[in-house]
Design a protein around this ligand. Structure first.
Ligand SMILES: Nc1ncnc2c1ncn2[C@@H]1O[C@H](COP(=O)(O)OP(=O)(O)O)[C@@H](O)[C@H]1O
Ligand SMILES: [Mg+2]
Ligand SMILES: [Zn+2]
Length: 391
């Protein structure tokens, strides 16, 4: 039996609870009004009543586990009982106010002058070139390097990002009008335009004003918290979404993805030019599916690249855009064809994490490192740059 001098200290139990973050909001449950009651009985058993934001919250197992783990570490604790409840409408409204932090509704935090979040829009001329694969792997690599990363999947044709991150069937939790981004195993948070549809299999003909509303919703009505990096997976081409993005986030920097193929490169140049017309800076080109490392030669230790989709697309797009805009548009990397990259996408385990030494993963990780060293900075600094070379 526990004697009184070994009973857990209430302050230490509270401190333990403060180490538990809500998995979606990524802030301590104690700050969010989620801990309703804590009891310590005279045998050292702790009972904590934790209020979930909504009934049937998909994150309840995580919260339960994390509370138990943290409280168990406190000296004198002999057992932990977690009781789960649900916030009342009033409590949810208070939480929403807290998360909005006094800001007006429908404000896009990333477009504010003081925002430190780097925003990268991933664009391509056509579908199927690996835009989503690049987006997801860059995000996961940056998160692995300790950055807080969010993805907005704005591709109305594909919205494949959730599946590539293993959360295809997760619907976001909503606290009043505020939407929680879906957390993933790799630490990246995601919201997809596919999640805004009432049903996953529903076919929506996204057009101009509707598309604009959906984009604003994903940027302003989602609680992103304090992100280091936001990546946007854009629909291919030069359509309405590109225009909306240019209007709402002119400070977004654009990365163009292409394959080596002539036809892909041509449309990629148009997508890049569109971004520039919307006053966004194109910071580089990624060539994907660049070559297949010849397995026969590799077995003999010789590098031999099979140019399955031709060659030259990436360098050509970089060169053309650079001379068109009058500033340097670098080729950020050439990603080989890699079976494990495709498998990683299909199974929801991005290769930079699941198979980090795969040839494709190495290139993706190095591109992410390059972007990472650009660091956090004031958004909008490139805004209105005159077309001169940055040297
Ligand atoms: N470098 C690569 N090697 C092998 N498969 C790839 C590579 N890049 C993309 N893929 C696969 O090609 C398909 C299309 O890629 P995806 O990223 O969905 O393209 P997009 O978003 O441009 O439509 C996916 O099945 C993906 O796994
Ligand atoms: Mg895609
Ligand atoms: Zn060979």
């Amino acid at each position: 039996m526990a004697s009184p001098d070994t009973l857990p200290d209430r302050a230490q139990v509270d401190a333990a609870l403060a180490r538990v973050n809500d998995p979606e909001i990524k802030r301590p449950i104690t700050d969010l009004g989620m801990v309703e009651r804590v009891d310590i009985d005279d045998t050292g058993k702790v009972t904590a009543k934790v209020l979930l934001t909504v009934a049937g919250c998909p994150m309840k197992d995580t919260i339960n586990r994390d509370v138990t783990t943290e409280v168990s570490k406190v000296p004198g604790v002999t057992g932990v009982q977690v009781e789960l409840g649900v916030m009342s409408g009033e409590q949810r409204a208070a939480l929403q106010d807290k998360l909005r932090d006094g800001h007006a509704q429908r404000e896009i935090p990333f477009a504010q002058p003081g925002s430190l979040t780097k925003v990268y829009a991933i664009a391509s001329g056509k579908g199927g070139v690996g835009k989503s694969s690049v987006t997801v792997n860059l995000a996961v690599a940056m998160a692995a390097a300790g950055q807080k990363v969010g993805i907005v999947d704005a591709d109305i044709y594909g919205h494949s990002v959730p599946a590539m991150l293993g959360v295809a069937d997760t619907r976001p939790t909503q606290v009043e009008d505020l939407i929680m981004p879906v957390p993933t195993a790799s630490g990246v948070s995601v919201i997809s335009i596919g999640m805004l549809k009432p049903r996953r299999d529903q076919v929506v003909a996204w057009r101009g004003p509707m598309l604009d509303r959906a984009l604003v919703q994903m940027l302003a009505d989602v609680y992103w918290g304090d992100l280091d990096v936001l990546l946007l997976d854009l629909p291919p081409g030069t359509g309405d979404m590109a225009i909306s993005l240019g209007q709402h986030l002119p400070n977004a920097e654009v990365i163009v993805v292409t394959t080596p193929q002539e036809a892909a490169a041509e449309v990629a140049e148009r997508a890049g030019t569109m971004a520039s017309m919307m006053h966004q800076r194109v910071i580089g080109v990624v060539e994907n599916m660049s070559y297949l490392p010849c397995p026969h030669c590799a077995a003999e230790g010789v590098e031999h690249r099979l140019e399955v989709f031709g060659s030259g697309g990436g360098p050509r797009v970089a060169q053309t855009l650079g001379s068109r805009f009058g500033y340097d548009v670098p080729l950020l990397g050439e990603i080989p064809l890699d079976t494990s990259l495709r498998e990683g996408g299909d199974t929801g385990k991005p290769i930079v994490e699941s198979d980090p030494t795969a040839p494709g993963a190495l290139v993706l990780a190095s591109i992410a490192r390059g972007l990472g060293t650009r660091g956090r900075g004031l958004a909008g600094m490139q805004l209105g740059l005159s077309p001169t070379s940055k040297g």
